[in-house]
Design a protein around this ligand. Structure first.
Ligand code: FA5
Length: 345
């Protein structure tokens, strides 16, 4: 081990450090001279073989060379990093003359556009908004609607049960019972928009989860003429004066008489197509005169009061209004579908 060899090594390292032009090359120089496999490290490991006096002398020499190289690398590294940062900033300079990127504006789902419009129409007729839970009791969903246990009408509204007495409501009609009980026998005029659930097969007009707007009006001397006039006004405001409605006699345990209301199919203008299953009409709601049992069970005297009620499918109205060919498109949130409603939202 010679002192001259060590000094030559130091000179060579300092020369290389001086010449490197980027931090990556400097990392390589550091590896060559300071890593565990470098010449300096090997010499250090051999110190133990030297006699005591020489070991101390060469130990100091090697440490001196190592410190000189380390210091030179650190100084050069700081210099290179500063240079590289300046270059990077110059390259990334913002060109304020470039055209900007516009923000994408979303569109409202037609479901919400239609819900708001329907609510507006009924508020305009003097109805108020009532509310009820989506997880409803069997008692309110069925019993208070004059559908006792084992009544065959329950089959048409099979649903998702939480336990024996709690279920996801099959219609918004239980809100009728809640509103009547809250109002304690006084005249009443309410609507309730909300989600409903059924074990229905999904197709272009049916879904297992959908929404309805319930309507209930109770007063003295209310008859089916009031119901028809209210629904006709709603349909004309929603679809225009030319849209035809059809009342079909039907059955609901909570109304007597009961009707189902259809409106001419927007897809085929009443000629018959796959949407209306060839009939030219699509059902949008069920309605009727409130059954005396329902009035009685919920605190009204049927000898004094009478009323009408209806339940409208919100998605059905949206389908008819915007000529939507499949109810499932309303739930999928595909932006290509939603963007079409930008103009109307
Ligand atoms: C009822 O749900 C009654 N509660 C309505 C009612 C209220 C009658 C008050 C009398 C008095 P119905 O099952 O027919 O009735 O449903 C009413 C409307 O909800 C239908 O006309 C339709 O527009 C919509 N609807 C029913 N099932 C589905 C479904 N699976 N998917 C989408 N919409 C549906």
């Amino acid at each position: 081990m010679k002192k001259e060899t060590l000094l030559l090594l130091q000179d060579a390292a300092l020369k290389q450090i001086k010449e490197v032009v980027n931090s990556e090359a400097l990392h390589n120089v550091r590896h060559t001279y300071l890593s565990r496999k470098s010449e300096l490290s090997i010499l250090m490991s051999q110190l133990g073989r030297l006699p005591n006096e020489k070991r101390r002398q060469f130990g100091q020499l090697i440490n001196g060379v190592r410190s000189a190289i380390t210091k030179a690398i650190e100084e050069k590294m700081a210099l290179l990093k500063a240079q590289e940062l300046t270059e990077k900033l110059a390259k990334e300079k913002v060109d304020i003359s470039l055209p900007g990127k516009g923000a994408t504006v979303g569109a409202r789902n037609p479901f919400h556009i239609i819900t708001d419009e329907m609510v507006e129409i009924f508020l305009g007729m003097g109805f108020e908004i009532a509310d009820g839970p989506e997880v409803e009791s069997d008692y309110f969903n069925f019993e208070l609607m004059n559908i006792p246990k084992d009544h065959p009408a329950r089959d048409m509204q099979d649903t998702f049960y939480i336990n024996e007495s709690l279920l996801l409501r099959t219609h918004t009609s239980p809100v009728q019972a809640r509103a009547m009980q809250e109002n304690r026998g006084r005249p009443l005029r309410v609507i309730c928009p909300g989600k409903t659930y059924r074990r229905d097969d999904d197709d272009v007009t049916h879904s297992h989860q959908f929404a309805q707007i319930e309507g209930l009006l109770i007063d003295k001397d209310i008859n089916i003429g009031h119901l028809k006039a209210t629904l006709e006004l709603f349909v004309h405001k929603m679809f225009g004066e030319k849209r035809k409605i059809r009342l079909r006699s039907s059955f609901f345990p909570f109304t007597e008489p009961s009707v189902e209301v259809d409106i001419t199919c927007a897809n085929c203008s009443g000629r018959g197509c796959h949407m209306c299953k060839g009939t030219g009409y699509i059902e949008i709601l069920g309605a009727g005169i409130v059954h005396p049992n329902v009035l009685k069970m919920n605190g009204y005297d049927p000898e004094v009061y009478s009323g009408f009620a209806f339940g409208i499918g919100i998605e059905r109205v949206a389908i008819l209004r915007y000529d939507i060919d499949d109810i499932r498109k309303i739930y999928q949130n595909d932006v290509r579908f939603l963007q079409q409603f930008k103009k109307v939202s």
